[in-house]
Ligand binder design. Structure first.
Ligand code: HEC
Length: 147
């Protein structure tokens, strides 16, 4: 079964704009949080490819990616709690002015990652749309995309 068109469009939107090169990032704290975000993107892409029918739904692989997303998103508060700076960072200072709201948005991502349905294609598609929306919800407010 192929995803319906709107699903494919929403997923593509959710996954767009997440490409970034780490050339030149010197601050180790900033690098660590960027790496964690990139790992989330990789896990999300694996699930996204399955949802879009680009690779077969493999429940074991999907569970691994889901569990990586849960673990990574749970690390976000620790990774961001210090206001580390780097010229390459896309993190907006607003994060540390609105820390509780930032945590709240992250909690939504943790919950959506936990709710990813790896059993059926339809369930995977729906739950990934929910998850992708929570990533975007935080990025829209707290990340300034530089490239
Ligand atoms: C609570 C806020 C928040 C949530 C939720 C969040 N992000 Fe991020 N993300 C950020 C911030 C802030 C940055 C910029 C970090 C920096 O450059 O210092 C970022 C950066 C990124 C980057 C760029 C990393 C790089 O190479 O510099 C990717 C990719 C990314 N996020 C993917 C995701 C994905 C996928 C999800 C959902 C599964 C997600 N993010 C959820 C806040 C969030």
């Amino acid at each position: 079964m192929r995803p319906t068109l709107p699903t494919a469009i929403i997923l593509t939107l959710a996954l767009a704009g997440l490409v970034h090169a780490h050339g030149g990032t010197k601050d180790k704290t900033v690098l660590a949080r960027m790496d964690a975000m990139l790992d989330s993107k990789k896990a999300l892409n694996i699930l996204g490819d399955m949802a879009k029918g680009l690779r077969p739904l493999d429940p074991d692989r999907a569970e691994q990616a889901k569990s990586a997303l849960v673990t990574l998103s749970r690390q976000t508060p620790e990774l961001f709690k210090t206001h580390a700076k780097d010229p390459t960072s896309e993190a907006l200072p607003l994060i540390w002015e609105n820390w509780d709201d930032f945590l709240k948005k992250n909690e939504a991502t943790v919950r959506a990652a936990q709710a990813v349905d790896t059993k059926t294609l339809g369930g995977l598609q729906q739950s990934l749309i929910q998850l992708g929306a929570t990533c975007l919800d935080c990025h829209e407010k707290y990340r300034k995309i530089k490239n």
